[in-house]
Write a protein that binds this ligand. Structure first.
Ligand code: CO
Ligand code: CO
Length: 361
């Protein structure tokens, strides 16, 4: 299954007139080679592939890299200008694609300088996001990992709810939640857990502070797990004690917007059409200006990837895509509510992968 990914990439390269691609983004390398490393490069041509790693990773690559992929292992000595010309002098290509979104300007300069030392001309070509378009539709193994990562956050949330009390700080709650996620089988959590209470809940991407939580206020928690590299992403807003009527109204509005989106988003829609379903519910109730972000994002080896569900997104949703549906309302000086579930499109319809209970208390 992994080898077909390299073949699919080769088709994309040919379609784009590229002879080879230098893959630098860590998750893209992992996706194509099934080998994870924080550092390194994968060079893919029409006839072969090289993985370039420093000495920290060479032995494990020799042991675990799938032989059927026919990826040659190359040990990097020094920076890219030291080894790239060596590899390129032995392969017959006239251009080399690079991942423009993931290469710094100084690295770009180093690469183009090092090409000048060759006795042939190789043109550097920006490749756009070719691999993202492969990663966006998940296969069965990937979906199994996503489901497991979803199950872990569901269980951790349920366990957390019996332990959450007023007087705990946001940081304490974040730590209990992170421990529960790890104890239930997650690898390192994919992003810093958000616990935003009271007026802090008005900030969509808050991180936990020493603020103590009070009875009756919103507490928004955004968290995820990672299984075999694949992420989950979920948000629940809860309340210790009795919420007031404004909080109940806003919670129900966000919930209605989310439920409508889960029911009505279909394969074949654009990201913009999907976003609009939930946005219209919130706008009609007069809170449009308080829903400042997109409805959702793709989830995979990275917690934010394609597709984008947002105003102006032309991405077309299709079966096998995994993404979040996360409407929110954030009112400065008051607080906020967000509900997020990770879902997959299956037979044209949305199926939720995260299923933790919803309800304020
Ligand atoms: Co999230
Ligand atoms: Co999200």
């Amino acid at each position: 299954m992994i080898s077909s990914r390299l073949d699919k990439l080769r088709v994309k390269l040919a379609e784009n007139g590229l002879d080879a691609l230098l893959v630098s983004q860590a998750q893209n390398r992992r996706y194509l080679s099934a080998f994870g490393s924080s550092d390194g490069y994968l060079l893919v041509t029409q006839t072969g592939a090289f993985i370039v790693l420093d000495s920290r990773y060479i032995e494990s690559a020799k042991k675990s890299l799938d032989k059927s992929l026919a990826i040659e292992i190359f040990e990097a000595q020094g920076d890219i200008s030291k080894w790239l010309p060596n590899i390129l002098s032995n392969i017959n290509i006239s251009n080399l694609g690079f991942e423009d979104s993931y290469i710094s300007f100084s690295l770009y300069r180093t690469i183009s300088e090092s090409l000048k030392s060759l006795d042939k001309t190789i043109e550097l070509v920006s490749s756009g996001n070719l691999i993202a378009s492969l990663r966006v539709v998940k296969d069965d193994n990937e979906l199994a990992a996503h489901s497991k990562a979803a199950e872990i956050v569901d269980i951790a949330f349920e366990q957390l709810m019996s332990r959450i009390k007023s007087g705990m700080t946001e940081k304490e709650i974040a730590w209990v939640l992170e421990s529960l996620i790890r104890e239930n089988g997650s690898g390192a959590v994919p992003f810093g857990i958000i616990v935003a209470s009271g007026t802090n809940a008005a900030f969509p991407h808050f991180s936990a502070t020493d603020r103590k939580i009070n009875v009756g206020e919103p507490i928004t928690m955004d968290f995820g797990a990672r299984v075999d590299g694949y992420c989950s992403d979920i948000t629940r807003t809860v309340c210790v004690g009795k919420p007031d009527s404004k909080l109940i109204d806003i919670y129900n509005l966000v919930l209605n917007a989310q439920m409508k989106a889960i029911k009505e988003i279909k394969s074949g829609m654009t990201g913009e059409q999907a976003d609009e379903i939930a946005r219209r519910v919130i706008e009609k109730a007069g809170y449009g200006e308080y829903f400042g972000h997109g409805l959702g994002h793709g989830i995979g080896l990275d917690v934010h990837e394609e597709p984008r569900l947002a105003e102006n997104s032309t991405d077309t949703l299709a079966d096998g895509m995994v993404f979040s549906i996360e409407p929110g309302i954030y009112i400065p000086g008051w607080g906020g509510v967000r509900l997020e579930d990770m879902v997959v499109l299956e037979n044209g319809n949305v199926k939720t992968l995260t299923n933790a209970v919803k309800g304020m208390c």
